[in-house]
Design a protein around this ligand. Sequence first.
Ligand code: ADP
Length: 619
Amino acid sequence: MKQFKSFIGYFFRDELPIKHRLVNVILGSALLVQFPSLLVTVLVDTEIQGIIGQIFIIVVITVVLYLTNKFPESPIPAIVISTTANIIIFPILFFMVGGSGTGIILWMLFGAIFTWLLVDIKWSIIISVICFIMFEGCLHIEKVYPQTVLRLATREDEIMDTSVAFILVTVVFGLIFKYQSYVYEKQNASLKANDEALRNLNEKLEETNVRLESANAAKSSFLASMSHEIRTPINAVLGMDEMILRECDDKQILEYANDIDSAGHQLLSLINDILDFSKIESGKMELHPVEYELFSVMNDCYNMIFMRAKRKELIFKVENDPDIPAFLYGDEVKIRQIIMNLLTNAVKYTKDGTVRLIVGFERIDADNINLKISVKDTGIGISEENQKFLFNSFQRIEEKSNRNIEGTGLGLSITKKFAEMMNGDIGVESRLYEGSTFFVTIPQKVADKGTIGSFSDRLNRRNERTEGTDADSRGTDKRDKFTAPHARILVVDDVKMNLNVVRLLLKNTGAQIDLASSGEECLKFTMMKSYDVILMDHMMPIMDGIEALHRIRQQGDGLNVDTPVVALTANAIVGAQEMYIEEGFVSYLSKPVKSTDLEECLLKLLPEDKIIREGDSDE
Ligand code: ADP
C-alpha cells in the first residue's frame, strides 16, 4: 500500500508545475478509462480492429506518461499529447467505433477543451483550429462516404457507448477540476502560512531594531559620560601641569611637565576622535555654517603645527592662491579639523623633509567657490594596495612600521566623512617611501569679495610687527595680558581639584575668586555677594549647574539675577553649546579648560572698568 501511495505521489509531487500534474491527471484518467472501455468493446463484440485500436491507445498513453515524467520541465509532452489525441487518435476512433452516433463526439469535445488546459495560448489556438478542421472533416466524410465508418452492431450498442463516454468524460472532467481546486487551496494555505511567517519575522525584526536602537542610544550615552569622566581628570592634570610650566624654573621638571602636557593633549584628541566618530555613526553630527576668515583658520593650523614640525626638524611651508576670497561661509570648525588632521598625519608620518599646506580655489560662480586644500609630505608614503583601506574606520596601515606612532585609525575616516557632509571630496596620491599628497575639495559660499593675499607675506608682516612692539616676547605667549584685581568671580564645581585648577589658572589675573563646591553653596554665595562672572560646572550631584543657574535668576532681590554665567563642563557631546545657550548660559567652555580660552572669555564678559591691560598699567 505504501509503495502504491509513493508511486502515485511521484506523479503529483509539489515540485512539478501544475500543468504537468494536470497532464498526469489526464493521462492517468485516460488509462483508467481505457481499461473498462476495452472491456466494453470486447463485451459488445465489435470487430477486432476496435480492440486493437483500444490496446494501441493504452500503449501510447503509457509511453507518453513515462516520457512526460522523465522530462518534467519540457512543454513538449503536453503539446504531443494534445496533438496526438485530437488530431490522430480521436479521428481514427471516429471511424473505427461508430462515428457521430456514438460517444466519440463527447471524447472529441473533451480533447478540444483539454488542449486549453494543457498548453500555452499560442499552441492552444493552433491545435484548436486544426481540431475543428479535423472534426468538420470527419463529419463531412461520414456524410459523403458513410461506408468509411465502422458502425456498432446495434442502436443499443451506440446508446451504451454514448452513455459510457458521457459518464467517463464527466468523471475525468470532475477529477481534473477537483484536483485543480485542491492544488489551488493547498497553494493558498501555504501562501497564508508564508504570510504569517513573514509577519512574525517582521515583528521580530522590528523588535531587534528597537533593541539595536536602544543599544546605540546606550552607546552614545556611554560615550558622552565616558568623555565627561575622562575629561574631568584630564582637566585637573593639564591644569596643574600648566601651573608647573608657568611657575617652575627647574629645567628637568619643566621637561617632565612638557611631556605630561603633550601626552595629556594626545589623550584628549583621542577622546575627541572617538566622540566625533560616534556622533557621525549615530547621524548626530551636524554642520554649523558661519562666516569666517580663511586666513585665521590657516593661521590657527600653522600655529598648532609649526612647533610640532620644528621639534622633528621638518620644514613646514604654507602656500596659497592670493586671490581666494578672504571671508567665506561654511563650517569653519570642521574645515579647521580637516586641515589639522591632514597636517598632523603629515608630520607624524614624515621623518625628514618638508610638509606643505597648499590652499587654492576654483570659482563655481560669483557667490560660490570650491576650496582646494592639499597637504604634501616627503614621508613614508602609502603603497597602492593600502591606499584603498586608508579611509576605513579603525584601520591603520603599515602597522608594523608605524607601531611607535600613536593613532587610532579614525582621523582619515572622520576627515572623509566631514568632507562628504559638506558635499566635498577627498583623495590621495602617494608613493611608498617617497611621500604623500592628500587633497580635499569643499564647496564654500563667498561672504566677502575681498581677497586673502599671500599667507606667508601676511605672516611675515605680522611677525615683524610683533617683534617690533614686544621685544621680550619669544613668540610663545601672544595672549592679551591683563589683570582684574577688582573683578569678583564665582567658580562652582563639585570636584575640588577642578576648583583648584580654575583658581590657579586665574591666579595671574589677580581677580577675587570664590569657590563653591555645590549648587546649594553657589546659591548661598549669590545671596550674599554680587559677582561679575560665574563659572558653573554642569554635572553636579543633587542640584546640577542648569538648575543652579535657573535658581539664581529667580532669586528675589538677588544680587546676581543678571550676572553672566558661563558653563564650564566636560560635556562635549553634540549640540552641547546650543543647549547651554538655550538654558541661559552666556557662553560655554569645555574641559579641560585652556587658560587662553578662559582669559579670552573673561575679557569679553568682565566690565571694561575692571580690566587693566598690560599696557594700561604702565601709563
Ligand atoms: P591614525 O590615527 O592611525 O593616524 P588615520 O585615519 O589618520 O589614523 O590614518 C590611517 C592610516 O593611514 C595611518 O595609520 C597611516 O598608516 C596612514 N597615513 C595617514 N596619513 C599618512 C601620511 N601622510 N603618510 C603616510 N601614511 C599615512
